[in-house]
Ligand binder design. Structure first.
Ligand SMILES: [Zn+2]
Length: 270
């Protein structure tokens, strides 16, 4: 039976194209204690400023919150200079900087670097870029690229397992599988809907919707994943303490509604 998934995309807004709109980037550090969100909202409403994106990041170690916002000032009578002065006057604002659009009207956060997730540096790859890594390489190197992608995934899966063990304080099955789902979802890799694990027979099955790798291979006649099935093989190799392999039995690239992977003990040759 086909299952349709309703997606709920989130724009992360590191950069926007401000064509035809008066948009300003604002970065500020605030004292977290000061109910600043409420106060910012009140100011925006009073002066006809629309906050189109607002990101707040607060370290648990200190009381300061780092914020980055894109604001539309189309309907505001205030100039950029007046907006800056207004914000600087607020008690909760510790530091303030603004970013104006460049000539091409692209505007982005030029103040925060690097981006961090789970205490580690992260990079963002848009589809054109990750397609070059996960798709174009196959056109250049043929089947050799498949093995390369698989082993690249295998190493990634092993590292992912160790990281999730660290974050979940141990290899308890339920917590670990929950963490695997969350990691996949939050990194934008795919939506894991079902995971079946047989600890005794050392085998597993994973159902993934919207797998980013197979999304690149639409109209394929065979299952498309090599990197991602490598990730699962590496992950479960660490979990079971024995070398595992992963086979893709259903795939969105060949028209299935989801990708399904069977993970089992590896034979001597893949
Ligand atoms: Zn697939």
């Amino acid at each position: 039976m086909k299952r349709q998934l309703e997606l709920n995309p989130l724009e992360v807004y590191r950069t926007v194209v401000a064509k035809g709109h008066r948009v300003l980037g604002v970065t500020l550090e605030t004292d977290f204690k000061e109910r600043f969100l409420e106060q910012l909202d009140e100011l925006a409403e009073k002066f006809g400023i629309a906050i189109t994106h607002f990101q707040v990041s607060r370290s648990l170690r200190d009381k300061t919150a780092k914020c980055f916002a894109f604001i539309e000032i189309e309907n505001s009578e205030l100039s950029i200079k007046e907006i800056k002065e207004l914000l600087k006057k607020q008690k909760f604002v510790k530091t303030l900087k603004t970013v104006k659009p460049l000539k091409q009207e692209i505007i982005g956060d030029i103040y925060h670097f690097p981006i961090i997730t789970l205490d580690q540096r992260a990079i963002m790859l848009e589809k054109n870029v990750y397609a070059a890594i996960f798709k174009d390489i196959r056109e250049l190197f043929g089947t050799a690229a498949n093995a390369f992608l698989y082993y690249m995934g295998f190493g990634t899966g092993k590292k992912l397992y160790l990281r999730l063990i660290e974050l979940t304080n141990g290899p308890q099955l339920e917590a670990l599988m929950k963490a695997l789902r969350i990691a996949n979802l939050s990194m934008g890799w795919g939506i894991i809907k079902d995971i079946y694990v047989d600890k005794i027979l050392k085998k597993a099955a994973v159902v993934v919707y919207e797998n980013f790798e197979c999304d690149l291979g639409k109209r394929s006649t065979t299952p498309y994943s090599h990197f991602y099935r490598g990730v699962l093989a590496g992950f479960f190799t660490e979990y079971f303490g024995e070398e595992m392999t992963a086979e893709e039995t259903k795939c969105i690239a060949k028209g299935d509604n989801y990708c399904r992977f069977k993970i089992r003990k590896a034979c001597k040759s893949l």
